[in-house]
Ligand binder design. Sequence first.
Ligand SMILES: [Zn+2]
Length: 170
Amino acid sequence: MKRRQFVQSVGRVSGAAFLGAWSWTGSALAQERIESMSKEDWKEILEPARYDILFREKTERAGSSPLDRIYDPGTFICAACYQPLFSSEDKFDSGTGWPSFTQPISDDAIGTKTDYKLIWPRTEYHCSRCGGHQGHVFDDGPEPTGQRWCNNGLALNFIAAGEPLPELRP
Ligand SMILES: [Zn+2]
C-alpha cells in the first residue's frame, strides 16, 4: 500500500470502518465477540479515562500510572475484557514512565497495526479479544526479545499471583 493510502486510512480514527483496517491475530471467536460488543457498549461500562485510551487510542501522561511501579509477581489483564495480556515475568523498567514488557503473555492475546500518527510508522497493538488499544511496540527493548511493549497503565489491571483471574467479559 502506498503511504498516501495509509495516511487516509489513519484519518478515519473513529467508526466501524476503522475497525475493518485492523489486522486481527486472535481467534475466530475473538472476532465474533468484538462484533457483538460495540464501542458504545464499552463506553457505558468503562470509566472515561480508560475508554479514551482503549477505544479512542489516547495515551496517558508518562509516569501517571501506579502500574508502572509495580513489579510484584502477577498478571496484567486487559482493563476492558479482562483477557490476560502480560506477565510480571516479562516486565522491566524502561524509564519511560509507562509499564513496559519484553513480550506479551501469548501471541494470541495481541493484534497489531501500523499507525502514522507521528509521521514515521509505529506499531500499535491491541487486545485481540475486544480490540481495545493498549500501546505501541518498539525494537529497542532488552533481552531476551529486544522488544519494548510500551503499555498504557489505564488499559490494564494487575492481578497479583495467587488471586483468581476475573471471568472474561462481556
Ligand atoms: Zn480486551
